[in-house]
Design a protein around this ligand. Structure first.
Ligand code: PMP
Length: 361
């Protein structure tokens, strides 16, 4: 059993049951006499595992048949390049909604590959941080696609309704929210997510793409970033991240055993509410984000007296609560509470926060 609760934003904690299973079959997988990471990705036994992982993900997210699921390299940032390379033809522009640091980084990268229209939707005032409602986004009806990030990992901002783009393909960076609640995949042209938060270890990136968007890549697209090439070769044009794929498969099985995404969403709501209540009821801790835009996965909070930050971090770590330091861009603290974080972890954090407040105010 893990001795700490790990609140890292990613790579994040994995379910203990998954780690235990991986450990148990680490050196002898399915009686092959070797580790799954030592097997050819072209072997029948590996391909069967890979297909099962994809089928489980399709079931968990109810992915329609006219979508391809790709298991890629390159992380979220790899997709910052791959999306425009594959979806932005010459002579067209793409709309990039900027709600925080990751959507901004996606827009900056995309500018290397075409005409990008950046739309900043942050609405900051002295009291709270809010976002422009998606119905008021000034979208270009002729855009090749609209890109947005439903959950900003650094800023703790969530857009929890799917924007209406009136037929313009919608692309979402779901790196820090995928599988945390139910999503109607058919509303999206493309969804991508780095694995290292809610899926498995780093090194794997999931792309879910509607089939009609394949085959329009810019000429200069590197073959390993070309979605069509990847789809045509079942994500095995080059050697895929085989061990990460296997671990993702174990996470998908674990999710199914727990009742799937719907069941997970219920627990995630309870966890987030518990932590926000603890922050809001004290004037020792702060979170200024308007409630409807508060993330359920990444919860930043600030100590009113930031000279106590180091003390908070060293004492929380000593109490077995790991990696609570906020991202360097925003400071303060951040608790990332993805699917693998049990309710007990959030309860332990809330109890620690109350004790720390008592002793330091
Ligand atoms: N998008 C989001 C929303 C993220 O949280 C991150 C990483 N934390 C990235 C993109 C970048 O992912 P990677 O480091 O895998 O390139």
């Amino acid at each position: 059993m893990s001795k700490v609760f790990n609140f890292c934003a990613g790579p994040a904690m994995l379910p203990t049951a998954v780690m235990a299973k991986a450990q148990q079959e680490f050196v002898n997988w399915q009686d092959t006499g070797c580790s799954v990471m030592e097997l050819s990705h072209r072997s029948d036994i590996y391909i069967a595992m890979a297909k099962k992982a994809e089928a489980d993900l399709r079931e968990l997210m109810s992915i329609p048949d006219n979508y391809q699921v790709l298991f890629c390299h390159g992380g979220g940032r790899g997709q910052f390049s791959a999306v425009p390379l594959n979806l932005l033809p010459q002579g067209k522009s793409a709309d990039y909604i900027v709600s925080g640091s990751w959507s901004k980084a996606a827009a900056v990268e995309a500018k290397n590959f075409g005409d990008i229209n950046t739309i900043n939707i942050n609405q900051d005032n002295d009291i709270s941080l809010s976002l422009l409602a998606s119905s008021d986004w000034p979208l270009n009806p002729d855009a090749a696609y609209v890109h947005y990030c439903p959950n900003e990992t650094v800023n703790g901002l969530e857009i929890n309704t799917i924007p209406e783009t009136h037929g313009v393909p919608l692309v979402a960076d779901m790196s820090s929210t995928i599988l945390s609640h139910e999503v109607d995949v058919s509303k999206f042209a493309l969804i991508y997510a780095g694995a290292q938060k809610n899926i498995g270890p780093s090194g794997l990136t999931i792309v879910i793409i509607r089939e009609d968007l394949l085959g329009h890549a810019q000429i200069a697209t590197p073959c390993i970033m070309n979605y069509k090439t990847s789809a045509d070769h079942n994500s095995m044009y080059n050697t895929p991240p085989t061990y990460a794929w296997y671990l993702a498969g174990l996470v998908f099985q674990w999710l199914k055993e727990l009742g799937g995404v719907k069941a997970m969403a219920k627990v995630n709501k309870v966890k987030a509410e518990l932590l926000y209540q603890a922050i809001d009821k004290s004037d020792f801790y702060l979170n200024h984000i308007e409630s409807q835009y508060r993330s359920k996965m990444n919860i930043p909070f600030w100590l009113k007296d930031d000279s106590l930050n180091d003390k908070f971090l060293s004492e929380s770590e000593a109490a077995g609560l790991m990696a609570l330091e906020g991202h360097r861009m925003v400071g303060g603290m951040r608790a990332s509470i993805y699917n693998a974080m049990p309710l007990a972890g959030v309860q332990a954090l809330v109890a620690f926060m109350a004790k720390f407040e008592q002793e330091n105010k």
